[in-house]
Design a protein around this ligand. Structure first.
Ligand SMILES: O=C(O)c1cc(=O)[nH]c(=O)n1[C@@H]1O[C@H](COP(=O)(O)O)[C@@H](O)[C@H]1O
Length: 279
């Protein structure tokens, strides 16, 4: 199997950069007229995935909403991963794992090793036990042709104090994470397998991504207030390697499949700009 970076670039070239989030919030499940139980979760999440994964390059199921239903919810998450692959999308499992290296190795076996229990193409990981603690995951993901997205500068307002704090060498914590990811991606074409997460809500100029040579997941687009214009101001007008991610703002258009598809098309138009620049 080709490397994750190669597979992702190909999928984005074919279907555009939008990453559709599958976040089964209780309020959304109910707004789709479904019961707030595992059957409702399954109809919501698999139904949304079947539509969105046929339209987008990459789907990002948020594990927390499935875990909230206990083991049967996690079984639904597994079905979502399979449904996304059946519809031709890559799967970025949003689990935000991060632990000491030996425990990371176990998470790797769960998500991104060659014979992982969940067949994700990539997962979100947290570097706040030290970027080096992620090394077992980087190694195993690479060997399996999979990828990682490392939290660098997240979209939530609480993130600033910690992630924008300065290290003794003058860089911010977030910049040091981007730089560590860049080392893993050096020389890879079209880009490497170690992406970073940079919220679409982050102020332009805070980070230098020029050496990253990896994909950038940009959540916060839509429901958290960031616009296509904000994305262009933050990442440049071509948005190279950037995957704007939206969950609630897409899912609220369901359960009607045609309405969900239309919502994806509208977002794609906004991202393509320039007419939607300020919307
Ligand atoms: O890693 C993420 O996906 C993530 C990082 C971040 O900085 N901010 C952020 O909102 N997310 C996730 O992205 C999704 C955002 O959902 P919406 O705000 O509904 O589009 C949620 O699943 C969050 O957990």
């Amino acid at each position: 199997m080709a490397r994750f970076g190669v597979r992702l670039a190909k999928a984005v070239a074919a279907r555009g950069p939008l990453c559709a989030g599958i976040d089964p919030h209780p309020g959304l499940i109910e707004s789709w007229g479904l019961p707030l139980d595992v059957s409702g979760l399954e109809r919501f999440a698999v139904g949304a995935t079947e539509v969105l994964a046929a339209e987008t390059a990459i789907i990002k199921p948020q594990s927390a909403f499935f875990e909230a239903f206990g083991p049967p919810g996690v079984a639904v998450l597994d079905r979502v991963v399979k449904a996304a692959h059946d519809a031709g999308a890559l799967v970025l499992l949003d689990v935000k794992r991060g632990d000491i290296g030996s425990t990371m190795a176990a998470y790797t076996a769960a998500y991104v090793a060659a014979d992982a229990a969940f067949a994700a193409d990539a997962v979100t990981v947290s570097p706040y036990l030290g970027f080096g603690s992620l090394d077992p995951a980087v190694k195993a993901a690479r060997e399996a042709g999979n990828g990682l997205f490392v939290l660098a500068r997240t979209s939530n307002p609480e993130a600033h104090a910690l992630q924008s704090a300065k290290l003794p060498d003058g860089r911010t914590v977030a910049q040091s994470i981007v730089d560590d990811a860049a080392e893993h991606n050096a020389g890879a074409e079209p880009y490497g397998d170690v992406g970073v997460v940079v919220g679409a809500t982050v102020a332009p100029g805070e980070l230098d991504l020029t050496r990253l040579n990896g994909p950038v997941l940009a959540p916060g687009f839509g429901a958290q207030g960031a616009t296509a214009g904000d994305l262009r101001a933050l990442f440049g007008s071509g948005l190279p390697g950037v995957l704007p991610a939206s969950s609630r703002d897409l899912l609220r258009h369901g359960p009607d499949a045609a309405a969900l598809r239309r919502a994806v098309g509208q977002v794609a138009d906004l991202l393509a700009g320039p007419r939607g620049e300020d919307q």
